[in-house]
Design a protein around this ligand. Structure first.
Ligand code: PBG
Length: 304
């Protein structure tokens, strides 16, 4: 009765990596228990999520091929677009969130169009807006832009509105830091930048006032949910955002945070269950309403 913070399965969104082909179920070596899955392999995964009471998935796609403009990101029959339809067929009650970004689809691995060795912010906006509309068209419930271009929430909002998706909400990766904690994800999504890094568009880990400014801009542009990412090294950012803004806050407990727990647990160095619950409770206590986490399934089982 006196406990201030409790975790529940319905706090979580579970990320899924979808890929072309059949009978593909590749375990991601640095993220035990997480797989690149072809669409025909999704059913048991989705049924398990529903059974565990996890309300939503976040989809990431591995395209058939990559090119400088990331064409498959906004193709009607792209891997994520097909995956949205597949999830909706098998488990219509699951909320489908789609990550909108170009980095998995571009040959250079950057989140936008590269011009003269730099990511060109404004040329990228149109492609992100097209990607968002193609996801909504396929049936996505929530659009989650993760690219960190300036002005993309506004561009996506007006494109959605103009194309008949006025009611589709945006969960903006609002304060997304240029973080080494994304390392395992880049193996999972095959999206590491082929030159340079993401510091021209993602945030400097040293800054918190800038994070609040980024969040405020996304809200002004029409975000419905704002996200802080990563979570663990940024609990102060979550707490500051919670104090300042009244929108729902999502926190992304990212791949590196997950892999560290798994690696230490495999070595017998930590009590995996207690550490995992403590981390997720800390993220919620800091002020997150929604936690995107690769731990979602195991934690939902423990909480049962
Ligand atoms: C795409 C994207 C990334 C993550 C989510 N969306 C990688 C990146 O920005 O390099 C990271 C998720 C994770 O590490 O779990 N831009």
């Amino acid at each position: 009765m006196v406990r201030e913070t409790t975790l529940a399965a319905d706090d979580f969104i579970y990320p899924l990596f979808v890929t072309h082909g059949q009978h593909v179920r590749n375990e991601i070596s640095s993220m035990p228990g997480n797989y690149q899955l072809s669409l025909d392999e999704l059913r048991p995964e989705l049924e398990e999520l529903v059974e565990l009471g996890i309300p939503g998935v976040l989809l990431f796609g591995l395209p058939a091929s990559k090119d400088p403009l990331g064409l498959e990101a906004y193709a009607t029959d792209g891997i994520v677009q097909e995956a949205v339809r597949a999830v909706k067929r098998v488990a219509p009650q699951l909320m489908v969130v789609t990550d909108v970004c170009l980095c998995e689809y571009t040959s250079h691995g950057h989140c936008g169009v590269v011009v003269d060795g730099y990511v060109d912010n404004d040329q990228t906006l149109d492609l992100l807006a097209r990607t968002a509309c193609s996801h909504a068209e396929a049936g996505a419930d929530v659009i989650a832009p993760s690219d960190m271009m300036d002005g993309r929430v506004g561009a996506i909002r007006s494109a959605l509105d103009d194309n008949g998706f006025k009611t589709t909400p945006i969960m903006a990766y609002a304060a997304k830091y240029a973080s080494a904690f994304y390392g395992p994800f880049r193996e999972a999504a095959e999206s590491a930048p082929q030159f340079g890094d993401r510091t021209t568009y993602q945030m400097d880990p040293s800054n918190v006032r800038e994070a609040l400014r980024e969040i405020e801009l996304d809200i002004q542009e029409g975000a419905d949910i704002v996200m802080v990412k990563p979570a663990l090294a940024y609990l102060d950012v979550i707490a500051r955002a919670r104090e300042r803004f009244d929108l729902p806050i999502a926190a992304y407990n990212v791949s590196g945070e997950f892999s560290m727990v798994k690696a230490a647990a495999r070595n017998g160095w930590i009590d995996e269950r207690r550490v995992t619950l403590e981390i997720l409770t800390g993220i919620k206590r800091a002020g997150a309403d929604i936690i995107i986490t690769y731990h979602a399934k195991e934690v939902a089982k423990w909480l049962k």
